[in-house]
Ligand binder design. Sequence first.
Ligand code: ATR
Length: 298
Amino acid sequence: MKEIGASTALYGLIGHPVGHSLSPQIHNTLAEYTGLDLCYTVFDGESRERLGDAVRGAHALGIGGLNVTVPYKKDVFPYLADIDPIAERIGAVNTLVRCEGGYKGYNTDYMGLRRALEECGVDVTARDAAVIGAGGAARAAVFMYAAACEDRGAKGRTLFIINRTREKAEALSREVQEGFASVNVRVLGLYEAAGIASMTDGKILAMQCTSAGLYPDVNSSPITDPGFFKNVGFAFDAVYKPARTRFMQLAAEQGAGCANGLSMLLWQGICAYSLWTGKDPGPEAVNAVRRKLEDAQQ
Ligand code: ATR
């Protein structure tokens, strides 16, 4: 057990509820492997009204950085001293980095998803993409793809947002289209998903961002039509319990590569840790965290 002393830097997570968060395991393992004297814990922020007090109080107490989770990823905006321009366009932050006069907000969910896909050998902007869902996880995927196309200078890519409730997909589509003009965003209902075949000229990157398929609902997938999966080159599922979801199975049956959401969770944490400490934790630390998360997944 690590010794906590007067020189230990404190980091933590604000959200509600936070009891089941795996972030302490991620960051305390990274601290162990990188040899930094820091400790990470969770702060259950039950009161939305006191979020500003919590952020100002954390700064006053010298807390080095914070993660922010549901339901405060947007609510925290008024209490930030500065914000990363992409996080501002996404409209959600999950990482606060101490700066002059307060904290600067970043979004490492989108960074983490991109790193997770690249680690699987996926060239994110080489294909059109489909995001299934229009909630918080889908938001990170949609903006990850749009931002990647922008910074790679990829022109003319199509991003399909496919959701059970069409209006939610349309609202998200308008937001992303306003922020990132170079991507063509199209909205589809779940039952229209197989129609993608006639709207793209190659196999797509499909990112499943709904809660369908999450344990114990392991036999569900928001889309089951093989006509959709025939057109998928790589399938990412934001769900990580079970490790192989029905969505991944259906994609693999049609020959697609697959990954679950554990790698996104892992890399959003690594990106936050690097922003806080200026350190790249290195492969040994990354693999140690991956093993811890895999154990927790069981
Ligand atoms: P999260 O933050 O995990 O993304 P969320 O914001 O509540 O969670 O969003 C959940 C997403 O999963 C939504 O897109 C939801 O579809 P609706 O917009 O129609 O509600 C989608 N979803 C949840 N259960 C689903 C199911 N059984 N089939 C298809 N989509 C589902």
